[in-house]
Ligand binder design. Structure first.
Ligand code: ZN
Length: 571
């Protein structure tokens, strides 16, 4: 009989619940300091040691399918073995195969024609294009350009930017993010009831734009890059997408996707719109309205490039700590942190290695320290803990997406995912930042453990960047599993107000997805260790607790989870 049924019984017999709670409290008291001792094994020095190894030049920026992958997978496996954790894959290995396909656009020619005048765009300085189709070349000639605003089809908001306009065979041009609809009562604010106000919804993400473009039958989909609404500068597009692009291997060889996916800089987009006799900013304004209709620009775009594709056998790494309670050991709590980063770019002068010290050697270091701490608990937590380091996050959350599609353990018995991506290297903070604030009851459990440590939770300071949709926990959320994603706090202890914001902004501007994401002389990891201890305590609460964590009312993932648990209950 599944745990769900016992959960239901308990809630029907409250006296039983109280007895259990008392029993747990006694048992927990008897176990005494052990969780604290285990948590104390998470140290700044150990975190630094892991980061030093993973972010070293030897690891070559940890790109999937390279020597960097072999070294990383080897290091993680070795560490898990040393800690005495079991192989996480039921096939008795520490890895899950993730078959990827890498495609690289070369000899790229992109141009547009307004009347007789042809304008070439340079790659990757002015435009970045690629195809996810497994074809040897792309040749799109004189495809009509149509501006589709934000390109959103969201029935729940009564929103459809396409209005049945036929864009088949055309090149559609998108704005990034979701429509910033002003509040009718206060035009200086955004309407909270549409696309969550200033927060970015999935409709704002670039991955959504290419998905909807394919659904609408477009040939090419180009997004106008704007640093604010995208959440990152052009250099990130250039660094992440202008070289090899990856996808999971699919049966139709990705022919269902648009032929050309890509971005154009804001400057070049403005010029293009001007060449079409249009004002970009005016059209952008018109796109925040429900009655927006696609605007044919009367300009034709051409894309010609060779596409080198190769199959890449990549791997998720997974270790397991078996639960100690026979009744619930077949229930799971997952911690995730992606091991991959951007590899190396041999066309760069000077430093060519994307070391990814923060992104995400710091998250993997945290994962390892958590695994070690949990491994020290005697007895082990009641439920089974999984430590999953996924591949190809930087290529579109592919390792996590693969796990969610091919879970090694049932997702309806998976209580939670805690994800770590780019931890805090700048010292201790009073707060921790919750990305996707208000999504699930995991946050309430975290608040309990944080309060006990004299710490507080702050909501995502930049919900407009859509971070909840930008790391691996999102793939778990998408399939229904409650997921919690912390980011560094901003209230640094012993530092002037504004220090945290300044550090985070400087990191985004100077180091994020650049070769300079390296260990810095001023790094001090006591805050990272404290954040890891919070994650340890909250995970332990879930692993030993009575209830399944839940999505809160208003979460876009709630219905999915309830349906999934109901189906499991009916079995
Ligand atoms: Zn990254």
């Amino acid at each position: 009989m599944g745990n769900r049924a016992t959960g239901a019984l308990r809630s029907r017999f409250p006296t039983g619940a109280i007895a259990l709670a008392i029993a747990c409290r006694l048992a927990c008291a008897l176990r005494g300091a052990e969780p604290d001792e285990a948590a104390a094994s998470i140290t700044a020095d150990d975190l630094m040691r892991h980061i030093r190894t993973l972010a070293s030049d030897d690891f070559e920026g940890r790109a999937p399918g390279t020597k960097g992958e072999q070294l990383t997978v080897g290091y993680l496996t070795g560490e898990f073995q040393r800690m005495g954790l079991k192989p996480g894959n039921p096939d008795s290995t520490y890895v899950q195969a993730v078959p990827l396909v890498g495609t690289t656009a070369t000899d790229v020619n992109v141009s547009y024609r307004a009347g007789e005048k042809r304008t070439d765009l340079t790659f990757p300085g002015e435009t970045v294009v690629w195809t996810k189709r497994f074809v040897p070349d792309i040749n799109v000639a004189d495809s009509e350009l149509v501006f589709v605003g934000y390109g959103v089809v969201a029935p729940e908001y009564g929103w459809d930017d396409f209005k049945n306009v036929d864009v088949r065979g055309k090149t559609i041009v998108f704005l990034i993010n979701d429509p910033p609809v002003p509040d009718a009562r206060d035009p200086l604010k955004l309407d909270d009831k549409v696309f969550k106000g200033p927060a970015m919804t999935y409709y704002g993400r670039w991955t959504y734009k290419y998905e909807i473009a394919a659904k609408q039958g477009a040939t090419a989909a180009i997004i106008v890059h704007e640093t604010g609404p995208a959440g990152y500068p052009w250099a990130v597009v250039e660094g992440s997408n202008s070289r090899e692009n990856f996808d999971l291997q699919s049966a139709d060889r990705n022919m269902g996707r648009v032929a050309v996916e890509g971005w154009i800089t804001l400057d070049k987009a403005r010029q293009l719109f001007a060449a079409a006799g249009r004002d970009f900013d005016k059209l952008k304004q018109s796109a925040v309205r429900r009655d927006f209709k696609p605007v044919p620009l009367g300009v034709k775009a051409s894309f010609r490039f060779r596409n080198i594709s190769r199959e890449v056998a990549s791997q998720n790494v997974i270790a397991k700590l078996e639960g100690s309670d026979p009744k619930v050991k077949n229930e799971f709590v997952i911690y995730t942190a992606h091991w991959d980063h951007l590899g190396r770019n041999t066309s760069l002068a000077g430093d060519q290695i994307f070391n990814g010290a923060r992104d995400n050697a710091s998250g993997v270091a945290t994962l390892l320290e958590l695994a070690e701490a949990f491994g020290k608990l005697k007895p082990a937590p009641r439920r089974t803990l999984l430590f999953l380091s996924v591949t190809a996050e930087e290529k579109g959350l592919l390792g996590a997406k693969h796990y969610a599609a091919h879970p090694l353990y049932p997702l309806n018995h998976t209580l939670a995912d805690f994800n770590m991506d780019s931890a805090n290297p700048w010292g201790r903070t009073r707060d921790v930042n919750i990305i996707g604030f208000g999504q699930s009851t995991l946050e309430d459990l975290l608040r309990e453990v944080a309060t006990a440590r004299g710490r507080t939770l702050t909501p995502d300071a930049e919900p407009e960047k859509g971070r909840y949709y930008r790391s691996d926990h999102f793939e778990f959320a998408k399939v229904g599993v409650p997921a919690l994603y912390l980011q560094p706090g901003v209230q640094f202890i012993g530092k002037p107000a504004g220090f945290g914001r300044q550090k985070i902004d400087a990191d985004t501007a100077n180091d994020y997805h650049k070769v300079t994401d390296e260990i810095k002389p001023d790094w001090e990891l006591s805050g990272m260790a404290e954040d890891a201890r919070l994650l340890f305590e909250v995970g332990l609460k879930v692993a030993n607790g009575e209830d399944y964590p839940k999505w809160k009312a208003g979460s876009e993932f709630k219905a999915r989870r309830e349906e999934m648990l109901k189906r499991a209950g009916e079995k």
